[in-house]
Design a protein around this ligand. Sequence first.
Ligand code: TRP
Ligand code: ZN
Length: 855
Amino acid sequence: MRTDTAPAFRLEDYRPFPFAIETVRLRFVLDAASTLVAAAMTVRRTGDGPLVLDGEALDLETIAIDGNELAIGAYTQSDTTLSIDSVPDAFTLTTRVRISPEKNTALSGLYVSGGRLCTQCEAAGFRRITYWPDRPDVMSRFSVRLEADKSRYPILLSNGTPGETGELEAGRHFAEWDDPHPKPSYLFALCAGDYDVYQDTFTTRSGQSIGLAIHVDKGDADRAAYAMDALKRSMRWDEDVFGREYDLGVFNIVAVRDFNFGAMENKGLNIFNSAYVLADEATATDMDFEAIESIVAHEYFHNWTGNRITCRDWFQLCLKEGLTVFRDQSFMADMRSAAVQRIGDVLALRARQFREDAGPLAHPVRPESFVEINNFYTATVYEKGAEVIGMLRTLVGPEGYDTGVQLYFDRHDGQACTIEDWLACFEEACETDLSQFKLWYQQAGTPVVTVETSFNDGVYRLDLKQEVPPTPDRAEKAAMVLPLAFGLLDTDGHEMLPTQVHALTDTAETLTFDLGAEPVLSMLRGFYAPVILRLDQTDRDRLTLLAHDTDPFARWEAGRALAKDRLMRAVTDGRDFDTGWLDAVATLARDETADPAFRALALALPSEDDLAGSLHVANVVPDPDAIYAVRRRAQLAMAERLGDDLARLRGACAVPGPYDPKAEDAGKRSFGAAILRLGTLLDGGAAARAAYDRADNMTDRMAAFTCLLESGDPDVAAQFEDQWRHDRLVMDKWFMAQVAHAAPREAVDTVERLMAHADFDAANPNRFRSVIGGLTAGNPAGFHDASGRGYDLLARVLLELDRSNPQTAARMSTAFETWRRYDADRQDLMRGALDRMAQGAASRDLTEMVARMLA
Ligand code: TRP
Ligand code: ZN
C-alpha cells in the first residue's frame, strides 16, 4: 500500500512559473540501456522564488550555471524535483542526466517499442527525460541533436525542421532538428529506429510544399496509404473550413506497437498507436478505417487547437481536447454521412460519458482538482467537452461561432490559454454574455430535462423542467443553458413546425403554440444538448417519429426509445415482445429507401450496459444475466419476425466490386452483418460459415467470425489463428472476439486460457486491452458473473499491471465505476476487489482511481 497520500493539485492554486526559458538545446546520446541527455537552457527571471524543476527517475551527472558546475549544496533534489535557491536573473543552465529507455515500462518518457526508441510526453513524461519545468505554460524554442548507432537506428526524428546530419565514429551518426515554434515540453518528441516510410507531399493553399511521411514497421508501408489519404484530406479541410494552414516544411507520423493511448499530437511529429495507422482490406475492418480517419484528423487538427494555442495548465485540458474532438467530429460528418456520424457520436457519448457522469468518477469538463492528471483524459473532458463546443455553436449561430473562433486564433496564437480566454472571444465577437453557459465547464452531472405536454382548446403546451443531479464535486447545482431543438409533426407524419431551437435557461419554462390539432412532438433533435430526456410518449407517437421524422437523429431515437422500453419491461415483468414493435423494426429493416447504415443502427439493440444503467435510474437493481437473456430473446424475436426475408436482405446489401472503405459501402456491410447475426440465431451458423469462407476482407470476416463464435463453431478460432498468427493487429481482434463473444459463463475461463497463450503480452497495451477489455466492456454478463470471478481476475491483473504501466492500469479500473448499481452480493464482491486494489496499488494513478470509486 502507498503510505504517503499524494497531494491534490487545485485550479485555484495556479501561479505562473517565475522564469522564462526562451531556448533549449538538447543533445541525446541514444542507447536503449542508457541514454545521455544533455540540456542547455537560457533562463530569465520573470517572478519571485527559487528555480524548481521537475524530474523523475533521472540520474543526474552534472549541473552548471553559466558553465560553472554547481557544488552539491547549491541545489536540492527530491524524488520528483530539483531546486536551486539562488540563481542570477539571466543565465544558462546546463544539465546532464542518464535514463534507461529499456527499463521504462510505463510508456511515458523515452522508451523502447519493437526495438525502436520513441517518446510520450503528455501529460508529464518530459520530466522522465530531463529536468525541466514540465508544465504547459512554459514554452520554449527547442533545438535537438540526436546521436545513435547508425545500423540499429538509421532514422532519427524530432520536432520541427530537419537540419544537419552526419557520421560519427564507431558506426554512429547524428541528426539535428530545429523547431521554430515555441512549445511546451509535453509536445516534445523523438523517434529513432529502422522504419519503412510511406511518403507523399501536400501543397498548402499559399503554395508551400510539405513533405509528409508515415514511419512504420518494416514491411508495413502499404498499410499506411489510408492514413496518408486521411492526413491530406484533414490538411485541406482545416484550410477550407477554419482557414488554418500547416506551418512547417515536414509533417512526420510514426507508428508504434506499444502505446497507452490512440495517438499524440507532438509538433510536426505525431506518434500513433499502430492500430490507428495501419489498415488494408485484408487486415482492417471498416470500423478501423473510420477510427484511423478520425484520429489522424484529430491529431492533425491539434496543430492549431493545442499546439499553436495550448493550455495554461492541465485543468484547461478540454480547451484543446473538447475543441479538437468537435473539429474531428465535424470533419467526419463532412467526409461521411452526417446523420450516421451524429448517431454514432451520441451512442459513444452515452455509453462512456453519461456512465461516467452518473458515477463516482463524475467531474466537471474543467476539473478543479486532481491527484494524477493522466486520470483526467476522460470521456467527460473529450466527448462532453466537444458537446459543449457544439452547444456554443448552436447558441451563437454558425456565423457568430466562426467569428469567435477566428478571434481566438488571431488573439491567442502562440499562447497558453484558459477556458476564460476562449469564452471571452465569443462574448466579444457575438456581444453575448456567456456566464451561465460557463456552468457547462464547472458543473458535473448530466442534466435531466423533463417535458410534459398538453393540448387544450387549440393550445399545445410544453412544460420544460431541468435538474442537474448531485455529483461528488458538489451537491447544489444552478440551472444551466440548454439549447433544445424540437419540431412538431401531425399524426400523419407531416411537419407542422420545422426545427426550433429553444434555449432553456430557467429551472422551469412553458412554451405554447396555437394549433388546430394535437401534434406529435419531436424533441431533442440532433441531440444538440447532452441531457437525459424524460418524456412519456405513446407508442403511436414514437412509431410516427420513427417512420417520418425529418430529423434523422430523432427518428433513430424514437426507435431506440421503443426498443429500450420493450427490453426494460421484459427484464422487469418478463413481458413478451409485442408484434407492434417487432413489425416496426421489420418494416425499417426492409425499407430499401433508407440508408443501410441507418437501418443497421436502428436494428441494434441498446447495449447491456446501457440497459443496466437505465434500470438503475428507474430504481430497479439490474441483473446482468437477465439483461443478457432478454437481449438474446429480443434478437431471436426479431430474427423470427424477419424470417425468410433475412436471406433476401443479405443478398440485397451485398457490396459489388472491390473493397472500398467508403461510408456508403461500409454502411451496407454493417447492415449485412446485423442481418447475418440475426440469421445465425435461426440457422445455427450455416450462413455465417459460408460468409466466413467466402470473405475477401476483414470486415466481412470478423462479422462472420463473431457469429460463429456465438453459435459455438468448434473450428473457427483455430482456423482464424492459423491464418493470422503472424499479424499482431489482427490477432488483437482474435483475442478480443473470443472473450467478447464467449457465453457469459465461459468468459472468465476464456480470459484465463488466452492469458496463458504464448502470444499474450500484458506489457503491450493493445493486447492487454483486447483480452481484459474484451471481458469488462465486451462481455458484461461474464464480467459480472455472480461468483465474483470476473472481479477477482480484474483486480489481480490490474495490480500486476500497475507495477509496470500505471496509466493503463488506472484507465482499465473504470470497469468498476458502476459498482453501486448492482445487488448487495455483487456490490460486496466489487467493493472487496476495490479494497484489495486500494491496499496493493503502487502508483498514484491507480490509488487515486480506486479511492474515488470507493469514496
Ligand atoms: N493528446 C492526446 C490526444 O488527445 C492524448 C494522449 C496521447 C495522451 N498519449 C497520452 C494522454 C498519454 C495521456 C497520456 O490525441
Ligand atoms: Zn486530443
